[in-house]
Design a protein around this ligand. Structure first.
Ligand code: SER
Length: 889
């Protein structure tokens, strides 16, 4: 039975039984506790909780779902999918167990010709929750299931909730027995692979509180009514009714799978690793299509990241399968849309958009891979040239960190080149990075003290009154002192302190604007240098610094004073950031959202989302726009407004940021309107000049521009102008002609380098004839064992050895072992001809013998192998050891 037909039958069965057919909701959940919809009941949750009155008492739906918790299992088991459809029937205070159970049984077992699914009751088992006597009784007495076919299971299996506070209840599940070839006899309790769950009937009756995912949470009360929520995985049922082994082979997913095999030149069923990859591709492409159709765009966060991850996993698997970097996603997307269009006709209308989004992501990822692969190639070549066989952990880490290479990709590519990867060093670096990130976050947020200490300070002192929008000085009172992570009544000269005041002119770092620095002085008694100010809790300003002289104590009155020059320089950067943000949006459209920023004196950094690089020309346009606008000397106005009003005005807000009801809006006429808590220049001409310093990528989809502002920008320009003058003089070329002149020089240099390289290689190979003549007999083999001419590189050594082996022919066993010492480290390459290999001589083994003498390691295949070591003085000894080993073979 086709998947689409299964869905039709399900809906029409329940429609006939009085249910309203409700179309699937979008995959993007409206529920704030979820990113994406993971179950059929999600759109109905407010009805279960009694928060909204349903327009119907009973309903049925086929709901689109995404679950990525077990993404690593996809393709490996018979039933894990990232996208799937859940068939369900729901009762909102209407019928309960007594009707839900017989209805389910009826649909599953009614013969196909009578509109059911026609499953033989002999193949079915059911489970009920430990204490649910009522459900068991209905199964036995009303439906007539044999008692030995009913099993009781605990909370983990037979109690359902969304994993978070909300509706929940005991459940009862129907299982299908796939037969003895899939596992042990004994029902679902014995083997969940043989007996697969096809339908979950949840008796939604209670509300749960905080606690574990599936167990260990309190029941906090009864729902206003007793409800029914059932869920049947459409793909799973299709695999049963279509008699195939797993969901990936069903009619819809199977089409994508088969096409993926054709395109990549593989055969499904030939190789279990390949089969897993094909299933992953088939599943993921379909999920991507459905996510994009519902409006998700690839990104680095939330649903966007889910989409990006599955697309990248698909691309990577396709590359591994095909051994090429051909872009296959377009074609597979088309197949997937075609396979799903009967159930989701809107996919046809959206096909162009879906292709556009997926094609772009594939192109971008290809670029990431290309850049990473180039680095990989350089490192691999260097490793070999130095005679090593281990790809360094730090470079594997760089590939991961900068290029987004998963470690298994690096492992695979290294293996293809006969290299291993220093995985433990890689993991150590990963661990270190994680710890640094954690420590950074901790240091930043908490300083030395525990958050509970700050909570006490906030409770005792109340929120700090921030005076810094208008004042640079204040008379304030010390309300808290922290020394070494503990509250203290006073602090003395030389001590590092954290100080809480009742009011302050100091801006605490936030919204990308760095904190003010300055001093706190207590008349005639003490002086504190303030180096940083943070808000570990909303409203609590913590001044960090050192007591420079004297002593300070709680309740002292202090003169707080900020470094105003520094503050003004920071303000110039911050206002410039707003202008750049607007100019970027004008250039790229509203998708260029702010992803982070840092405003420090004279310099700013602005991160924004964009799929592609802006490029020099557009960057220049953005810069020009910013400087033109700022020269108009626009007054910068700040006002408090209601959040809704501000958003109506078109104020740009940081994506994902939470704002209160009242917000501060910073306006530079209507050119820039932003929600912002920072401080700014009074008018834009104060910025003087803004110089963009360039653009870079800081991770997929996020780009960074940096700029110098004011006097710093001028100094930079002036320095660069002097530099160009100097170059012009050195090269005796007018300034405008410098680029061509340098181009010509570089290209001449390249040609010359290539020529030198060619001559050197020719010289090395010229030696091959005389080296071959130096072959001596050891045992039954003809052996060359000598050092290569001075200056031979690792790569040339390999060529030379192969050349010499070729010259000695195949009439008898030949072993060529040669060494070179590029970059002070000895390298040995050994080649054995076919006759030699037949006689049992293996290049890999011989390299082991030589490398041990050289104090290193190496390996390779029987025909050619390479190794190295650290002791260049032992080259001769190593070659003699190889001869001796061949002689004794
Ligand atoms: N909510 C239950 C599940 O997802 C039944 O629909 O399994």
């Amino acid at each position: 039975m086709e998947t689409a037909e299964i869905a039709r039958r399900f809906l029409s069965f329940f429609e006939k039984n009085g249910h309203t057919v409700v179309p699937s909701a979008s995959l993007i959940a409206e529920d704030p506790t979820l990113l994406l919809v993971p179950a059929g009941m999600v759109p109905f949750k407010p009805f279960f909780l009694g928060q909204r009155t349903p327009p119907y008492d009973t309903a049925t739906s086929v709901q689109k779902c995404i679950r990525t918790k077990d993404i690593e299992e996809v393709g490996k088991t018979s039933r894990h999918a990232t996208f799937f459809q859940m068939l369900g029937n729901f009762s909102f205070g209407d019928y309960f167990k007594e009707k839900a159970i017989p209805l389910a049984w009826e649909l599953v077992t009614t013969p196909v010709e009578d509109g059911g699914f026609g499953i033989d009751p002999d193949k079915l088992w059911v489970t009920v929750y430990l204490e649910d006597d009522e459900a068991e009784r209905i199964w036995r007495e009303v439906v007539g299931v044999r008692p030995e076919r009913i099993q009781r299971m605990g909370m983990e299996e037979n109690y359902w909730s969304m994993g978070v506070p909300g509706p929940c209840g005991p459940c009862s599940e129907i299982f299908y027995d796939r037969g003895p070839e899939y596992g042990a006899e004994g029902g679902p309790q014995a083997d969940e692979n043989r007996y697969i769950e096809i339908w979950n009937l949840v008796f939604m009756q209670y509300e749960r509180g905080e606690g574990g995912d599936k167990t260990g949470f309190p029941i906090i009360g009864e729902l206003p009514k007793r409800n029914i929520d059932t869920g049947m995985g459409l793909e799973r049922l299709a695999s049963v009714l279509q008699g195939v082994d797993n969901i990936y082979e069903t009619d819809i997913i199977g089409r994508v799978l088969r096409r993926a095999a054709e395109l990549t030149g593989t055969r499904y069923g030939d190789d279990s690793d390949q089969d897993v990859m094909l299933r992953v591709v088939a599943d993921h492409v379909r999920s991507a299509v459905m996510l994009v159709a519902d409006g998700v765009k690839p990104g680095n966060e939330k649903a966007g990241y889910v989409l990006r991850r599955i697309l990248r996993r698909s691309i990577r698997n396709l590359r591994l399968l095909s051994g090429s970097d051909t872009a296959f996603l377009h074609e597979l997307t088309a197949v997937s849309i075609d396979a799903m269009k009967d159930i989701y006709p809107d996919l046809l209308d959206k096909a162009d958009v879906i292709h556009g989004v997926i094609d772009t992501e594939e192109k971008n990822f290809a670029e990431t891979l290309r850049a990473g692969t180039a680095l990989f190639g350089r490192v691999a070549e260097r490793t070999r040239a130095e005679g090593g066989s281990v790809f360094s952990g730090s470079e594997a880490f760089q590939l991961h960190d900068t290029y987004g290479f998963p470690i298994d990709l690096t492992l695979e590519m290294a293996a293809e080149q006969g290299l291993s990867v220093d995985e433990s060093a890689f993991r150590e670096l990963m661990q270190k990075q994680r710890e640094t990130a954690k420590a950074d976050a901790r240091a930043k947020k908490l300083g030395n003290a525990d958050i509970s200490l700050y909570a006490q300070l906030l409770e005792g002192a109340g929120a700090t009154d921030f005076l810094g929008y208008s004042d640079s000085r204040s008379e304030s009172r010390i309300k808290g002192i922290v020394v070494d992570g503990a509250a203290s009544p006073a602090a003395r000269e030389g001590e590092r302190v954290e100080i809480v005041l009742d009011s302050t002119p100091f801006y605490a770092e936030s919204g990308g604007q760095l904190a003010d620095t300055g001093t706190l002085s207590v008349d005639g008694r003490g002086l504190v240098d303030v180096e940083d100010v943070q808000k570990p809790l909303p409203g609590l300003f913590v001044h960090r610094g050192t007591v420079r002289s004297g002593e300070i104590a709680l309740e002292d009155t202090v003169h707080a004073s900020i470094d105003t020059d520094r503050r003004h320089a920071i303000e110039r950067s911050h206002s410039a950031t707003h202008l750049i943000h607007s100019a970027l949006r004008n250039a790229l459209g509203p998708t260029a959202g702010q992803a982070g920023s840092e405003n420090r004196p004279g310099h700013l950094r602005f991160d924004f989302t964009a799929d592609n690089a802006l490029g020099g020309e557009r960057l220049a346009e953005v810069e020009e726009e910013v400087n033109t606008v700022l020269a108009r000397d626009i007054e910068v106005q700040t006002q408090e407004r209601g959040l809704e009003e501000a958003l109506r005005m078109g104020a740009m807000a940081m994506f994902g940021e939470k704002y209160g009801d009242r917000v501060r809006v910073v306006e530079m006429s209507d050119y820039s309107v932003e929600l912002c808590g920072g401080t700014h220049v009074p008018s834009t001409a104060r910025l003087g000049i803004v110089k963009l310093l360039g653009e870079s990528s800081i991770g997929s989809g996020v780009r960074r521009v940096e700029a110098a502002v004011g006097a710093d920008a001028f100094r930079r320009l002036s320095r660069e102008s002097a530099l160009v003058g100097q170059l012009s003089e050195q090269l005796k070329t007018p300034r405008e002609e410098l680029p061509e002149r340098i181009d010509a020089m570089v290209s001449r240099l390249r040609t010359a380098e290539k020529e030198i390289e060619r001559l050197r290689a020719a010289q090395v190979l010229q030696a091959a004839g005389s080296i071959a003549e130096g072959a001596r007999r050891h045992g039954s083999a003809l052996v060359v064992a000598q050092a290569a001419p001075e200056g031979t590189s690792g790569d040339d050594l390999r060529k030379l050895v192969l050349d010499v082996r070729g010259r000695l022919g195949e009439d008898e066993p030949v072993v060529v072992a040669m060494t070179a010492v590029p970059k002070d480290r000895p390298v040995v390459v050994i080649a054995v001809n076919k006759a030699g290999q037949k006689a049992g001589v293996k290049a890999g083994e011989l390299v082991g013998v030589a490398a041990r003498v050289l104090g290193g390691g190496g390996g390779g295949k029987p025909d050619i192998a390479q190794g190295g070591g650290s002791d260049a003085g032992k080259v001769d000894e190593a070659l003699r050891a190889v001869e001796a080993r061949v002689a004794s073979a």
